[in-house]
Design a protein around this ligand. Structure first.
Ligand SMILES: *Cc1c(COP(=O)(O)O)cnc(C)c1O
Length: 490
């Protein structure tokens, strides 16, 4: 038999689940990151694949030898770098069911359950986030689960190009006159989408910040749209970011949408990391103005307890993506699709095939309830607020950006030895901040990343791992304020 029989799967499955449970239970006794030499993992593999089967008990031993010592532990409670990637155990149970069922959800008819669970859950989440009925399937729009916010931005752009071309894009492709509006804080996936869509770098227009902010200036946007339109260029899409990757800045969605409206540009909201926080009434401001936009994206796979990949994309017009992307070869034609009564999610994405991603989101919603999700989000926001309070009170540290939800940026303040020379002071602070980051990460107990604000080096702290608690904040604070020598853990 070319596969395991179900009884052997049951036996091995128990072992594999035990392995995952032990790994998670033991995470804190390992460093957040291993010191890995490039190529050292690959070298452990023979150049040729084995001819003989080797048994799956033995594979776990190989994983222990080869994989476990060469990892960056995103699920470690001391992981505060980049953004979280919550591979919750709750969601892994849903993954097992999804894989066990093993459907291909490309059309409604290729797995009605795969499609309709996704519709039902994205409708529930649209309501829970306060997006409004217009973004639900019964409301004429609808949600889908994409592999990533990057893909979501790409398909939103394709729908935008189609719409702003008056429906000609499908036939003629781009003209080269289309323009997409972002800021310097917009995620690089938008620039990539512009490139993939064939607009070239000239297709990307970077709008300035409002004075004293890192958010899009609606006046600058208005001027740019007007100048471009008057030259015959086509404003195709404006991307507003809710929670930028660098500092968590929130663009003024309402003003941006109002400004873009007269030009017919598609307005996409990229809320990949922060959007999920709108589940909490106190963070509903994050979706202010969303009733004016065309699409809204937030990742369940960052901070919403769902293992990668699960990016939620809602559109106001359910026909927008299929109009741009639908292609029906004879072998995929069927009566359910022809009836127009169902959604075929292959028309909402670039690939044809699709996984039953909704299953893991269902496990999370079922297992946590909205209450559990809110408590998870609020816990991390409280940690960032507390860390910010301590930084403000510390003589040698400074907030480089105020907390945005569970994210903040800090730098070292060396004290301005050369008060009359601001550039020299800033360079000294940057050097001290770099070396603090290196020392803190060398502890192995925590992992922080960095970014630049106005050309200056700052440390980013993004709380959000599923098991990070107050105790881990205290440990982080101890390490930041009294760097310890590199851990002996490894
Ligand atoms: C993380 C992030 C992305 C990219 O997310 P993927 O789902 O990994 O593609 C896009 N935009 C913002 C604002 C992000 O924080």
């Amino acid at each position: 038999m070319p596969d395991l029989d179900p009884e052997e799967f049951r036996r091995l499955g128990h072992r594999y689940i035990d392995w995952v449970a032990d790994h998670r239970a033991g995470l804190e006794s390992r460093p957040v990151r291993d010191d890995v030499e490039p190529g050292s993992v690959r070298r452990r593999f023979p150049t040729e694949a084995a001819e003989e089967p080797q048994g799956l008990d033995a594979l776990l031993e190989r994983v222990d030898e080869v994989v476990v010592p060469a990892d960056t532990r995103w699920q470690h409670p001391g992981f505060h770098a980049f953004f979280p990637a919550n591979a919750s155990l709750t969601s892994l149970l849903g993954e097992i069911v999804a894989g066990g069922l093993g459907p291909q959800g490309m059309l409604w008819s290729t797995s009605p359950a795969c499609t309709e669970v996704e519709q039902a859950l994205t409708d529930q989440l649209a309501r829970a986030l306060g997006l409004g009925e217009a973004f639900t399937h019964p409301g004429g729009g609808g949600g889908s689960i994409q592999d990533s916010a990057s893909s979501a931005a790409l398909v939103a752009l394709l729908a935008a190009l189609h719409r702003t071309s008056g429906g000609r894009w499908r036939e003629t492709g781009v003209t080269g006159d289309e323009r997409v509006y972002v800021t310097a804080e917009t995620h690089s996936s938008l620039a990539k989408a512009v490139r993939v869509a064939g607009l070239g770098e000239r297709g990307l227009r970077v709008v300035g910040f409002a004075p004293g902010t890192r958010t899009m200036d609606p006046h600058a946007l208005a001027a740019m749209l007007e100048a471009d339109a008057s030259q015959g260029l086509v404003p195709a899409m404006v991307c507003a970011t809710v929670g930028t990757t660098g500092t968590g800045a929130v663009d003024p969605v309402r003003e941006i949408a109002t400004t873009a409206a007269p030009y017919g540009a598609w307005v996409h909201v990229d809320a990949a990391w922060a959007g999920v926080a709108a589940l909490c009434p106190e963070f509903r401001y994050l979706v202010d103005g969303v009733e004016l936009v065309d699409s809204f994206c937030t990742d369940a796979h960052k901070w919403l307890l769902t293992a990668f990949d699960a990016s939620l994309l809602w559109v106001r017009d359910a026909a927008a993506l299929p109009s741009a992307l639908s292609l029906t070869p004879a072998y995929l034609r069927d009566s359910a699709s022809d009836s127009g009564a169902v959604v075929d999610y292959r028309d909402w994405q670039v690939p044809l095939g699709r996984r039953f991603r909704a299953m893991k989101i269902w496990a999370v919603l079922h297992g946590q309830g909205l209450q559990g999700l809110r408590a998870h989000l609020r816990g991390h926001v409280a940690l960032a607020d507390e860390l910010a309070r301590r930084i403000r009170a510390h003589p040698m540290l400074q907030l480089a950006a105020e907390p945005s939800l569970s994210l903040l940026c800090l730098r070292v303040r060396t004290g301005g030895a050369q008060l009359e020379d601001q550039a020299a002071d800033e360079a000294a602070d940057d050097r001290a901040t770099r070396s603090l980051l290196a020392e803190v990460n060398a502890s192995g107990r925590v992992f922080l990343s960095h970014t630049q604000i106005d050309g200056r080096f700052v440390i980013r702290v993004a709380f959000g791992a599923t098991t990070t608690t107050r105790r881990h904040l205290d440990e982080l604070w101890t390490i930041i304020t009294d760097p310890v020598p590199p851990t002996t853990l490894r």
